[in-house]
Design a protein around this ligand. Structure first.
Ligand code: NAP
Length: 232
């Protein structure tokens, strides 16, 4: 069996990044939590370790984590997005980049506020260059579903980007932690997938709900569970 790739999560001290770290660590992936302050990263590691006792889990600076990982997840708020990619551009070259960042209007999180590139994912692709395998994913998954370990996630992951092999790897990473994940098309679709998060936040507010998500229907044989039994 092929060994699991090392996953570094920049901004992994936060709500979404630490939740992904927890889920992947429990699935056997080696994880580095990255932070602007390595002490904060180590603190997050100590918080997660009892829940993922057998995992390789380290706390590093964002730069160290980016160098350590073969997969690098960008999990910082949008205001830090371009700066972290620019600062770590050389380190991130040739890594598989998973961008989960959603640019929202700081005054109204129900509004998507895309950057001039059209989406955060497209901004990352421009900064890292067209050859870099940049994939947008997990935008529509509330951190609540990642931290509640008693829950099997009901919501689906949409994966966008122009690099097909990279998208297939990210779909496998999402499925390894219990999600059903779909190739949602090219980088040009990233504004739709990122923008959907603003719709979900609006639904949370309007219906006084928490962690509203999406589920894709009508694609036979795609759901993770129950296990497919249609081969007689
Ligand atoms: N929360 C969700 O449910 C959710 C769902 C889907 C996608 N997302 C996306 O995931 C990203 C992270 O969301 P979150 O809720 O986890 O955010 P968060 O908890 O507010 O922040 C994540 C981490 O980013 C670092 N950070 C904060 N400001 C920064 C800056 N200006 N530059 C660099 N690093 C900075 C902090 O780590 P250090 O201080 O340790 O460096 C922080 O712990 C966002 O882009 C969000 O749109 C979130």
């Amino acid at each position: 069996m092929a060994s699991h790739p090392r996953i570094a999560i920049l901004g992994g001290t936060g709500k979404e990044g630490s939740g992904l770290a927890l889920r992947w660590a429990r699935a056997g992936y080696p994880i580095a939590i990255g932070s602007r302050d390595p002490e904060r990263a180590r603190h997050t590691v100590e918080r997660l370790r009892p829940l993922a006792s057998s995992a390789e889990l380290v706390g590093l600076s964002n730069a160290e984590a980016a160098a350590w990982g073969t997969v690098v997840v960008i999990a910082v708020p949008y205001e830090g997005h371009a700066a972290i990619l620019q600062a770590l551009r050389d380190t991130l070259a040739r890594k598989l980049i998973v961008d989960i960042v959603v640019p929202l209007d700081p005054n109204n999180p129900r509004r998507y506020a895309p950057p001039p590139d059209g989406s955060a994912t497209a901004e990352a692709q421009r900064i890292l260059g067209p050859e870099a395998p940049v994939v947008g994913a997990f935008h529509n998954i509330s951190y609540l579903h990642l931290h509640n370990l008693g829950e099997t996630p009901e919501c689906d992951v949409l994966v966008v980007g122009d690099h097909h092999e990279a998208k297939a790897q990210v779909i496998a990473l999402a499925e390894a932690i219990g999600f059903t994940a779909y190739d949602a098309g090219p980088l040009a679709n990233a504004p739709i997938v990122e923008g959907l998060t603003a719709v979900l936040i609006g639904l949370n507010m309007r219906y006084k709900a928490r962690g509203v998500g999406i589920r894709i229907t009508g694609i036979p044989g795609k759901k993770q569970e129950p296990v497919q039994t249609n081969r007689s």
